[in-house]
Design a protein around this ligand. Structure first.
Ligand code: ADE
Length: 262
């Protein structure tokens, strides 16, 4: 028989770090945390970190803001200040794969920085002195996210498609590429396809998070909903998707993810 109470055991567990770039990409996660356990806010490095539980899982939730440096700094604080046991990132991305449509979901198996190029000193895309260009997401966490996404799509996909006039969402797994650019032209997205033919989605944080997590031995997983197809329509499509749709996806996916871990 355990001699510790459930709250004591929760407090003893290392928290899960959950982050997004922008508030809409967190969905209702903070609301759920407030309702369940209350939220303690810790400010560090000009960011607020929200500490509490979600469906019994101790969590530290925060916003990285946009870009690789912002993401690396934030995940570094999650690791060093909050001692997170693992990291999950949720947000939107531009579709790059030919078969990846707006409203689809992509879970990263691997991530790389598409704008990292120290050639001819090092091979294009390779992180100098680390000798790695592709970082691997944690297979267990990614499988849990994948199951949550499949359940979300099965239960809410057709209603979402009707509500937002999108096609029925599908779940993809594969390469997500990250860079410090919002990709918004047919030429730029074609250049990405030419350079990295297996890339499914492009965003601005994931590979930086994966690199920092790799360097500190912290498991991480990244899930992205496709808000645009990284072409000339991307700015308008991104803005509408972020405000009107992204939250419903993040809430639907993360609720099922935490439910399965509870
Ligand atoms: N995030 C969402 N859409 C994006 C795009 N087109 N480029 C970079 N990051 C994105």
């Amino acid at each position: 028989m355990s001699t510790t109470s459930a709250p004591d055991r929760e407090a003893a567990r290392r928290p899960l770090g959950v982050l997004a770039a922008l508030p809409q990409e967190l969905g209702d996660l903070l609301g759920a945390m407030r309702a369940e356990s209350g939220v303690r806010t810790v400010t560090h490095g000009q960011r607020d970190y929200y500490v509490g539980t979600v469906q019994g899982t101790p969590c530290v939730v925060t916003l990285a803001r946009v870009g690789k440096v912002a993401a690396a700094a934030t995940v570094s604080a999650l690791i060093h200040v909050f001692d997170v046991e693992a990291v999950v990132f949720a947000g939107v991305a531009g579709g790059v794969g030919k078969d990846v449509r707006i409203g689809d979901i992509v879970i990263a198996d691997t991530l790389m920085q598409h704008d990292l190029d120290a050639s001819p000193l090092f091979p294009r895309f390779e992180v100098p002195l680390l000798g790695i260009s592709r970082f691997t997401a944690d297979s267990t966490l990614s499988a849990q996210l994948n199951a949550a996404c499949e359940r979300f799509v099965a239960e809410e996909g057709s209603a979402l498609a009707t509500r937002f006039a999108t096609l029925g969402p599908r779940v993809h797994r594969g390469l997500i590429v990250s860079g410090d650019q919002f990709v918004a032209s047919a030429a730029a997205v074609q250049a990405l396809r030419d350079a990295l033919p297996d890339a499914l989605a492009v965003e601005m944080e994931g590979a930086a998070i994966a690199q920092v997590c790799f360097e500190y031995g912290v498991p991480c997983a990244i899930v992205r909903t496709i808000s645009d197809t990284a072409d000339a329509h991307a700015p308008a499509s991104f803005a509408t998707f972020l405000v009107e749709i992204a939250g419903a996806y993040s809430t639907g996916i993360l609720t099922r993810f935490f439910h399965a871990r509870a």
